[in-house]
Design a protein around this ligand. Structure first.
Ligand code: NAP
Length: 294
């Protein structure tokens, strides 16, 4: 048996195409062009790549992209002042502060300073609380992408046994909330979990968000399961190059699972598409319009 590879790249491209149609409609009918401000503090090479791809995708979808680069030495007060300006700017509907921030800055304070209606990363405590209580919320983009990828192979997730390995505020916890909202039966595992392989083997849907290269082996996977690999681990490759691997031992998993996301080309592209979707939704809600059902 060889698993179906869930093509995150083409699913993301299709979603971005739908978003672009809605953005054009919004602009024609209401004169509203969604705008996304991305704030990058410091010079982390991986962050610069992510920010560059986000800006490109924003413009390709017909939205406005506002790029704010701050030096590594930026003070917290200066960053908070920028966020205040973006909160008040009517052309900005979404604000994304790229993490990690330089060490002198309190990330929690910065996240809480973003207006919840413009919090397209879905990290503000108000959005986290609304998500957890089943109220409409801007939810984090990576978990949104994971659920869409799982739903690309399951018409419904209701009643399925889902295991999420990882409990970060960015991925594991909000993913668990979204899966509960989809009526899956959810287990969240972490570094203190006992019998992790046995717990993983229960999963019809296995989500790996750990940050440990190829930790989940083939014999941790239930035959016929769907595996969504969130991990991005940079490894030394041939000729001094780096290569990306996920948290799942992909070749082994291919022999057991029914469907699996590749790394790269799985969750990563869907995350960016969901960021655009959140920006579109935030722009609609900000203007008192119903967000499109896509
Ligand atoms: P994180 O904040 O470091 O959280 C990692 C989680 O994994 C923690 O909950 C930790 O448990 C758990 N863990 C660590 N070692 C474990 C072990 N041996 N057994 C079981 N659980 C273990 O990381 P994150 O931000 O959630 O990101 C996870 C991965 O996803 C990273 O590779 C990251 O690069 C990737 N990522 C990808 C995207 C994308 O768009 N594709 C987006 C975000 C993140 P404790 O809580 O007990 O410490």
């Amino acid at each position: 048996m060889s698993a179906l590879i869930i093509d995150g790249k083409s699913l993301a491209a299709a979603l971005r195409g739908q978003i672009a149609v809605e953005v054009a409609r919004l602009s024609q009918q209401h004169g509203l062009v969604p705008g996304l401000a991305v704030v990058l503090a410091g010079s982390n090479p991986a962050s610069e790549v992510y920010v560059g791809s986000k800006a490109r995708a924003t413009q390709e979808a017909g939205m406005r992209s506002f790029d704010h680069r701050l030096p590594d030495s930026v003070g917290e007060a200066e960053l908070l002042a920028l966020i205040e300006r973006l909160n008040a700017d009517p052309a900005v509907h979404g604000i994304l502060v790229q993490l990690p921030l330089p060490k002198q800055i309190d990330s929690a304070r910065v996240i809480a300073a973003v207006h919840p209606g413009k919090d397209v990363d879905g990290f503000h405590p108000l959005n986290a609380g609304r998500l957890a209580t089943g109220l409409p919320a801007l939810a984090p983009c990576t978990p949104l992408g994971c659920v869409r990828l799982a739903k690309s192979v399951h018409s419904t997730l209701a009643g399925l046994e889902a295991v999420v390995v990882g409990r970060s505020n960015i991925v594991g916890k909000p993913l668990a909330q979204l899966l509960i909202a989809e009526n899956a039966t959810v287990t969240v595992a972490h570094s203190k979990t006992r019998e992790l392989p046995a717990i993983c083997r229960r999963a019809d849907l296995l989500f790996a968000a750990i940050g440990r290269p190829e930790m989940i082996k083939g014999d941790w996977i239930k035959p016929g399961a769907t595996v969504i690999d969130v991990g991005i681990n940079r490894m030394a490759g041939d000729g001094g190059k780096t290569r990306l691997v996920g948290d799942v031992a992909f070749a082994q998993a291919m022999q057991v699972a029914a469907a699996i996301t590749p790394v790269p080309g799985g969750v990563g592209p869907m995350t960016i598409a969901c960021l655009l979707l959140n920006t579109l939704r935030a722009a609609c809600r900000g203007a008192g319009l119903a967000p499109p059902q896509i």
